[in-house]
Design a protein around this ligand. Sequence first.
Ligand SMILES: *[C@@H]1O[C@H](CO)[C@@H](O)[C@H](O)[C@H]1NC(C)=O
Ligand SMILES: *[C@@H]1O[C@H](CO)[C@@H](O)[C@H](O)[C@H]1NC(C)=O
Length: 492
Amino acid sequence: MLPLIFAASLLAPAVAAAAERRPIIARGDGIVRSPVNALPNPEPKLRVRQNEIEVANHRAGTRYAVDVEIGTPPQTLTLILDTGSPDTWINPACDTANVPDDCRAFAHFEPSKSSSLKVTDTTDILRYGIGNATIRYVSETLTIGSATIKSQMIGIASESHSIPLGILGMSPPVTGVPEYPYVLDTMVDQGVIKSRAFSLDLRGVDNPNGALIFGGVDTGKYIGELAKLPMLTPRQSPGGADRYYVTMTGVGLTLPDGSVTQSEELNVPVFLDSGSTFSHLPTSIYQAFAASFADAQFDPESGFYYVPCEVTELDGTIDFYFGGKTIRVPLNDFIWEVQGFCILGVLPDDGEPVLGDTFLRAAYVVFDQDNRNLHIAQAANCGTNLVAIGSGTNAVPSSTGRCTELPTPTGKGDNLNVSSTRAPANTFTGTRPTGVVMGPGPAASRTAGTGGVPQPTDSASSGEKNAAGKQVQVGVAAAGALAAVNMLAWLL
Ligand SMILES: *[C@@H]1O[C@H](CO)[C@@H](O)[C@H](O)[C@H]1NC(C)=O
Ligand SMILES: *[C@@H]1O[C@H](CO)[C@@H](O)[C@H](O)[C@H]1NC(C)=O
């Protein structure tokens, strides 16, 4: 019997897939399309020759970003596309970003050059899995793809930690209670799209450009039917948070010989977070995956499992089951390559499990907030065929993907044992990668009302009542208050 492992010794000669860049056409009726770009980890400048950077980009999709235009006249900014948080904000503080040079490489917004900016009295502190941002809300004009929305509340950071780029927030409010209309809400309110729904196609490591489509589905980007998975209610979710949670019913592996090994039936709530670079799964699953790689080495400092990079050329997949739907993630999408290290794309989390970018690269997902469903299918690329998402209960079309089925697995192997934890076999002792930049991770669950309802105002002096009559909280923390004063100096 073949051992249930991926090992570099199983390697057959592999043909490198050619990188492909897709042209983006972004106009249509109620459909708004924007490219999603995989941003590479910033490479240490002296270690990498120029012609190696392009190759490194492919496996180093550490974050997924979209370019938006903000203000009048428009200023182009790059924002992390985040299905794990609701708020949109800009201008991270680069001095306290994890890799300051990476942060400074992107454009910052200049408020004084925009005639459409309206300041509000409301400040807030946004906390993520990694880092935080102290922001003031302003009302601004925002353009994504072909769509322009006006008077959108966005945050401008006065202080932030460990976050190198602003964020385009696409999740429901984590508390379940909206604090103001988020970007998706405004797109519907202003008639740009018909319902609060969008499709996300991050693409695999060999195809750097994916797409974010508001109000539409691209049937040229997936295989077979989209499976409709109900979003868990906050009451059903770990921590009571409202996120894009669905129920994962099993995990497994498909080995290079085509045989499938599968866990017993599970009932694990997981949420889909494009802002998480890794997937974060219950410890027993994380360890079972790691144990399936013969040469994996555990790093106690980071929780990473390092594997030989040759393993990414094997034909196997890491499999995720959702009722009748299986998403098979190719090894080279699940294993994350940075600075010559190859890291298994999973970390442990027994509290709020996440399927992050290492999963989303292989999935086509339609997020339907209005009907509280996610629709998922195996991602692929066989051209472009946009179908509109309307409104009402069946807004998301049940269109079959145009791409060809994957080869059927050849047989069944042993069960994947995820019923108990196990000790790592080998420990990593070596030089670790440095300057690794990861996505922000999910928004922390917040108590509502940290800042009053943001409303544009003519006189934004601290301590005044804002238009909604709520007490304005400027001095949330001493540092925050000082920053807010500085901000007023340049906003007014
Ligand atoms: C933000 O993160 C930094 C660094 O972890 C921490 O020192 C600071 O206290 C945090 N700020 C807030 C307001 O939570
Ligand atoms: C799973 O693994 C644990 C620890 O190795 C073992 O005790 C248990 O019997 C295994 N379960 C099955 C169903 O094989």
